[in-house]
Design a protein around this ligand. Structure first.
Ligand SMILES: *Cc1c(COP(=O)(O)O)cnc(C)c1O
Length: 447
């Protein structure tokens, strides 16, 4: 099988290889995540191609979207930078081999020790608020920073369809508001008093924000940078960090919107971004990884209750936290496969697809029409390469599943590499704190 361009066919091909190679096994390996590393390379290529004539540009992957160090290392090899928001993500970016000058540190709650670490390393910092700026001032004590330092502004252009993902609302916790008159004036003064403030950062939000809104947010940031430079009579602001947030199509395999569409909108709304006066940083996360990953899990049992068919599977809240807790905002496709990994055909039956956790809401899908699932079948959940299995939730002491990177050779040969090992129950117990030795089972069950 060669030239697998069709996304569904490619996933099925990978799944069948995973079963054949024992990475999925109904006795020993019930749940796993997969990252299509060829797909990642293609997506990063399309991101680079969408911004062709910009003189200085760094595409910094938002580490929270998939913080697995081998994934970050792969992105580093593709020439990306890395956007981090915690000490843990910063450590992950360094472990993945990103040089400090390709790391951008954004967080609304940077502790003094985080700031000292970042300033020591020389990673770029986007300041969230005036108190943080004063703290950096105190740490620098009159020295010039090695780090590029910017300010995150809140363009206050409004929110998208998911409030929790919208960061440019009037009252957002992120950044310094631009349309509150006092804060805009104070921000102007901050640039005047700190010649090392040379970047403006904005990120209007993630999934659910219309592209137009995101582009207007960027336009506000560029207009503010122009205003600072005009007022100061010097080119102090030299770069704009436009954030990430390109939404992902969870309803099908089409890549829509794509990076080119967004860049065209940016050209319309914020032409000065491309004037050559500004270096550019982007911080895309979900749009780089989501469609390049999937979850696969076995169906353990099936039943009916109140006339409803229910498939009980090994994938639930531990790998699909947002979907389980906010199903209306984060619907996922589910594809039914037989035990060999072949897509099931059968006529659709409405059924709930449930996870293993002990609360009723642990459902990947409600009342979903799918070929009837049976014990030993495998469900495949596409579009989960970002913010799903890479961000496990430890409810019920459910273990982190294994994650495999995948490459498909020209001959159709599928090569897997372990990106994160599965936890066993003893490792889960150990991560719960100080433990006393627990006897491993033996002799209790006759095999
Ligand atoms: C989360 C986040 C991103 C990435 O958002 P995506 O929707 O994954 O592209 C980028 N920048 C900042 C500051 C963020 O908080």
């Amino acid at each position: 099988m060669t030239g697998l361009t069709d996304a569904a066919e490619r996933r099925e091909h990978i799944l069948r290889a995973a079963v054949r190679q024992g990475l999925l096994d109904p006795e020993r390996s019930l749940l796993a995540g997969f990252v299509d590393l060829d797909g990642v390379a293609r997506t990063v290529g399309s991101l680079h191609a969408a911004f062709p004539d910009s003189p200085s540009i760094l595409h910094a992957f938002a580490a929270k979207a998939n913080s697995l160090v081998p994934v970050l290392a792969e992105l580093e090899r593709h020439g990306m930078g890395c956007e981090v928001a915690t000490g843990g993500e910063l450590a992950g970016a360094l472990a993945a081999g990103f040089p400090p000058e390709r790391i951008v540190f954004d967080s609304p709650v940077k502790h003094r020790t985080d700031l000292e670490w970042a300033l020591d390393l020389g990673v770029a910092i986007n300041v969230d608020n005036f108190q943080e700026l004063a703290r950096i001032d105190a740490i620098l004590a009159g020295r010039d920073p090695v780090s590029q330092i910017g300010v995150r502004v809140n363009s206050q252009v409004g929110g998208g369809t998911i409030a929790a993902m919208s960061t440019a609302t009037q009252t957002s916790k992120f950044g310094i508001p631009l349309s509150d008159p006092d804060s805009r004036r104070e921000l102007q003064r901050a640039f005047q008093e700190h010649p090392w403030l040379t970047w403006v950062h904005t990120h209007a939000g993630s999934q659910g924000c219309p592209l137009d809104l995101m582009a207007r947010g960027v336009a506000e940031a560029v207009a503010f940078a122009d205003e600072v430079n005009r007022t100061l009579g010097r080119r102090q602001v030299t770069g704009i960090d436009i954030g990430g947030g390109l939404p992902v199509n969870f309803a099908g395999d089409e890549i829509t919107p794509d990076f080119g569409t967004y860049v065209a909108l940016l050209r319309d709304h914020a032409p000065d971004l491309f004037s050559g006066r500004y270096a550019i940083v982007t911080e895309f996360g979900r749009s780089v990884l989501a469609k390049n990953g999937f979850i696969a899990a076995y169906v353990e049992y099936t039943k009916t209750a109140g006339g409803r068919s229910i498939a009980l599977t090994h994938a639930g809240v531990q790998v699909a936290t947002r979907t389980v807790f906010a199903p209306d905002f984060w619907p996922l496709r589910i594809i039914a496969h037989d035990p060999s990994g072949r897509a099931k055909l059968g006529s659709p039956v409405r059924q709930d697809v449930a996870g293993p956790a002990c609360f009723s809401g642990d459902l990947l899908a409600r009342d979903r029409a799918l070929p009837r699932l049976e014990p030993g079948d495998i469900i495949l959940v596409p579009d989960t390469g970002a913010y799903y299995f890479s961000t496990p939730f430890h409810y019920n002491s459910l273990p982190e599943p294994a994650v495999y990177g995948v490459r498909v050779g020209g001959d159709g040969q599928v090569a897997f590499e372990l990106l994160r090992p599965a936890q066993d129950p003893y490792e889960v117990a150990a991560s719960g704190g100080r433990t006393v030795p627990v006897p491993r089972p033996g002799g209790l069950v006759r095999r």
